[in-house]
Design a protein around this ligand. Structure first.
Ligand SMILES: *Cc1c(COP(=O)(O)O)cnc(C)c1O
Length: 394
């Protein structure tokens, strides 16, 4: 049952409420990196592609992620960064609807997803339009001219959760392709990609999946359409026979066609080790624990810090696994909080963001974090000049 704190290396004196941004280090991950580097790379050298089976590591890790997001084996490819996977999914989806010109997202989407869409539109150099209505207006904006609906299920700022099933059904009703970004969903909320019917999903593995900074991204393609997917980034690792060294590109007959180049083996090994913590975890149990922790946090913070305003949906069913509070001096307050061992983060202009990762947090952590936040706010500890200068990463 949860939590499983013993499976993680959490620094003493730290309450970590930022697993939605960078998950903590799972025990075994460092040893695995060490083994990959010193034994496999160091001793086996290039032979390790076969002897340590590096070559199939991307698929093996993809299958472990698939199990957490309701996707069948073989439907998830890993590698690159999420930004690149967004680009690939979008490019492939547009090709599937050549007579339509609209990409529909929402204005709460993570900026890189929107930037990649803009960059792709510029590359194609046709009259495509990216529409970004408010999240609550998205359903009404899914009209017959939309080629692709591209949404992030959980809003990175507020934690607001889109209804994956209903939106996918609406997209399909008007003939649009559906892409879900699961960056804040994988390992955070139960996801059933198969049931949703969505064509594509993408996500990253350094947030709730604890794969470490720069861990590889993933992409899902619905198995029945994989042969229709034309890869925009036709790299050799997505070729049907990379070592045949053919002059022409022939895509792999699976989601593997969305791989690009040589996989990051050290990061993939770390992620593979990190995936061990999910053994035996029931995502419905995790969801219940996440909601209990989030509700407790909201209750404690609202009682202790009346100057903070909840910036997330109040209904736990409408949130992912994070809670945000708006506070005018949110940046300084977060720095003061971090200085006292409670790590969350800040998103401009005024959002203090807290992630709930039931694998390594319990109710006592939540109450202790709220107590420290109360001190920071009610004693104006954030006013210290040292908390006012913004770092490059917030
Ligand atoms: C975290 C996040 C990203 C980050 O993309 P990278 O390419 O991994 O830096 C992209 N999109 C969403 C929705 C995210 O939450």
């Amino acid at each position: 049952m949860l939590p499983k704190k013993h499976l993680f290396d959490i620094p003493a004196g730290v309450i970590y409420l930022d697993g939605n941004s960078l998950g903590v280090l799972p025990k075994g991950a460092a040893e695995r990196a060490q083994k990959t580097i010193t034994q496999e790379w160091g001793q086996e050298l290039i032979r390790a592609w076969n002897t340590a089976d590096w070559i199939s590591l991307p698929q093996r890790v993809g299958d472990r992620i698939a199990a957490l997001i309701g996707a069948p084996e073989g439907s998830v490819a890993t590698g690159d960064t999420l930004s690149i996977k967004v680009y690939q999914a979008l490019a492939a989806a547009l090709k599937m609807r050549p007579d339509r010109r609209v990409i529909l997202s929402d204005n709460g989407n993570f900026p890189t997803d929107l930037y990649m869409a803009q960059g792709l539109i510029n590359t194609i150099d046709k009259d495509y339009a990216l529409r970004t209505p408010a999240a609550e207006d998205v359903v009404d904006q899914i009209t017959e001219d939309v080629a692709v609906v591209m949404l992030t299920q959980v809003d990175y700022r507020s934690g607001r959760l889109h209804d994956m099933k209903a939106i996918t059904a609406k997209a399909h009703a008007v003939g649009a392709v559906m892409i879900w970004d699961l960056a804040h969903s994988a390992g955070a909320v139960p996801v059933d990609l198969t049931a949703s019917g969505a064509e594509f999903a993408v996500g990253c593995s350094y947030k709730y999946l604890n794969g470490g900074p720069g861990a590889p991204a993933f992409i899902y393609v619905r198995p029945d359409i994989v042969h229709d997917v034309q890869p925009a980034l036709a790299g050799w690792m997505g070729h049907d026979a990379p070592f045949a060294m053919e002059l022409g590109y022939r895509p792999a007959m699976s989601t593997e066609r969305l791989r690009v180049g040589t996989p990051p083996i050290v990061q993939l090994s770390v992620l593979d080790a990190a995936m061990d913590v999910w053994e035996g975890v029931d995502m419905q149990d995790l969801r219940r624990a996440s909601q209990a922790l989030s509700e407790l946090f909201i209750q404690e913070v609202e009682a202790r810090c009346p100057t903070l305003t909840l910036a997330s949906p109040r209904d736990p069913e409408a949130r992912g696994s994070q809670v945000s509070f708006a506070f005018e001096h949110g940046y300084a307050a977060m720095q003061a909080l971090i200085d006292r061992g409670v790590i969350g983060d800040f998103r401009a202009p005024d959002t203090m963001r807290f992630g709930f990762t039931p694998l390594y947090l319990d109710a006592a952590d939540i109450v202790a974090a709220a107590e420290i936040l109360e001190e920071v706010i009610t004693q104006n500890l954030w006013q210290d000049p040292k908390y006012q200068t913004k770092s490059r990463v917030t």
